[in-house]
Write a protein that binds this ligand. Structure first.
Ligand SMILES: Cc1cc2nc3c(=O)[nH]c(=O)nc-3n(C[C@H](O)[C@H](O)[C@H](O)COP(=O)(O)OP(=O)(O)OC[C@H]3O[C@@H](n4cnc5c(N)ncnc54)[C@H](O)[C@@H]3O)c2cc1C
Length: 476
């Protein structure tokens, strides 16, 4: 049995890993169009002052409460190399009318639950706080179907709380527009809390209590970090996967672009080299719009569903400074910027506080995240660097030039699970059921984070092996 996986990001490499450990395929190949493995995961290790800056170009950490990434790291021998976030300086700030205000304590599942902290915060007016309290008494809505994240949270907690507090936390994950994002596809548990407990705050508190009872600690407040990353960056996961796959005879082919897919008795992949490959199973671990293009002539209906998932472009700009040159202590993980503030940056991470080992002693590393759905950003390194410096100047008063800077531009990188996404997934699933041996993996469908992408690779392998094992049964 031959398996070809197209796309060498974390989803494609994970699929290859899970295929390899099943021993089902005699030949496995991974094709990657670019000259490196990892896709959105890329780490620049920059030697500096008897140490190094560890600069993440894409993701910088993964959620530990979803088990898939932690489990894979442990299997790859990286378990001991995983670091949590700094427990000593845990502040996160929100930009509010050009000032940094602390995020109130007691957020559980991103929902405010601590009444005292809410009463104290200046992020929401007294009117907004009273409106937030209605969450405890408002009956659950009973609309059938989906709702936007913005409409749902505004309905429960009020528009002001949504715009000033929840929108930057939740929409930021997708670099999305909360008024367009589908609640069912992004934060479905919020609707469950409403239906089960009649209130988001009551439900989030209950969930936290249950988690404490089950685990002996709260994943959100306890000593164990909810976010993890390997010592020298997320690229360690990619490097370990590549090493494992190489030593298990998986054919890893960089600079190899798939151009189209077709199927007769077996699957055929046409390559940009004008050569083609044949396989019993194919996994497309490319962005949904690329997968759509690859399948355009084979299944136009599936291709059109894939092409209808929109993606937002983003960029990250990392800047390093001498700590003594900074006008303020970076005493937390950074700050998030609500859309209504009208800034072009989405958030900044104070990387060297969040993960102290990522900068040499005495130096600070800051990462500015730019670009969100519906917002144009300049698409060249010089302007993006200028934009990041302007943001740090305006908010943190940093005037000095950075000692090191790195700009990473991500064109059409963040899938937008907008209203209608569940129906798109239904169309995709129905089409895939008709195509034995074909599966999709990656961030375009049921989870954008690294753990979900890893899981999608594993599920894709299950789908194609299940398809193949059914063929002889159907023939008898
Ligand atoms: C700036 C940024 C910050 C993020 N932060 C976080 C974070 O902190 N935590 C987190 O969990 N997630 C984060 N994410 C999301 C996460 O990084 C991505 O969702 C995930 O890495 C996507 O993996 P993937 O394998 O699905 O796709 P990709 O990484 O996009 O991989 C797809 C691969 O397919 C290749 N390819 C495309 N076309 C072809 C073709 N025709 N033939 C062959 N190969 C092809 C591409 O070159 C690419 O390597 C972030 C994303 C970005 C952009």
């Amino acid at each position: 049995m031959k398996l070809v996986i197209i796309g060498g990001g974390i989803a494609g490499l994970s699929a290859a890993y899970y295929a390899s450990i099943t021993n089902y395929y005699s030949e496995i190949a991974v094709l990657e169009s670019s000259s490196r493995w990892g896709g959105k995961i890329t780490t620049d290790r920059v030697p500096f002052a008897y140490g190094q800056f560890i600069i993440e170009g894409g993701p910088d950490t993964f959620l530990a409460t979803k088990p898939y990434a932690t489990a894979l790291c442990k299997e790859l021998g990286l378990g001991e190399r995983l670091h949590g976030t700094n427990p000593n300086k845990k502040n996160t700030y929100v930009l509010h009318r050009n000032r940094l205000l602390p995020l109130p304590d007691g957020l559980a599942m991103m929902i405010p639950t601590n009444v005292e902290a809410i009463l104290k915060t200046h992020l929401v007016s007294w009117f907004g706080k009273a409106r937030m309290g209605l969450d405890f008494v408002l009956p659950p809505h009973s609309p059938n179907g989906d709702e936007s994240l913005g409409a749902f949270v505004s309905r429960r907690l009020g528009r002001e709380t949504y715009e000033n507090l929840i929108e930057p936390l939740m929409s930021g994950v997708y670099a999305g527009d909360g008024d367009a994002l589908s609640l069912a596809s992004t934060f479905p548990y919020l609707r469950d809390l409403e239906l089960k407990y009649g209130s988001l705050a009551r439900g989030a508190l209950q969930m936290r209590k249950q988690s404490v009872r089950a685990n002996g600690h709260s994943p959100l407040q306890g000593s164990r970090s909810a976010f993890l990353t390997p010592t020298t960056g997320l690229a360690e996961i990619v490097e370990a996967l590549v090493k494992y796959l190489e030593s298990n005879d998986v054919a890893l082919r960089l600079n190899t672009r798939a151009d189209s897919i077709s199927c007769s008795d077996t699957w055929h992949v046409a390559l940009d080299t004008r050569k083609s490959m044949q396989a019993d199973s194919i996994i497309l671990a490319t962005p949904a719009y690329v997968s759509g293009t690859l399948l355009a002539s084979f299944d136009p209906e599936l291709a059109s569903a894939l092409g209808s998932i929109p993606y937002a472009s983003t960029a990250t700009i990392s800047l390093a400074y001498k700590q003594s040159d900074l006008p303020r202590d970076l005493d937390g993980y950074g700050y998030i910027i609500p859309r209504r503030e009208g800034r072009r940056a989405l958030a900044t991470t104070w990387t060297s506080t969040k993960f102290p080992h990522r900068a040499p002693d005495g130096y600070a590393l800051i990462r500015v995240f730019v670009g969100r759905a519906g917002q144009d950003i300049p698409w060249n390194e010089k302007e993006l660097l200028g934009l990041a410096k302007e943001e740090l100047n305006l908010t943190l008063g940093i005037h000095v030039e950075p000692l090191v800077s790195r700009v990473f531009m991500w064109d059409k990188a963040m899938p937008q699970y907008n209203l209608g996404h569940p129906e798109i997934l239904e169309r995709i699933d129905a089409a895939l059921e008709k195509h034995a041996g074909l599966a999709l993996a990656g961030n375009g469908y049921r989870g954008i984070g690294i753990p979900d992408c890893i899981h999608s690779g594993e599920l894709a392998i299950k789908k194609v092996t299940r398809d193949l094992s059914r063929i002889p049964i159907m023939a008898t």
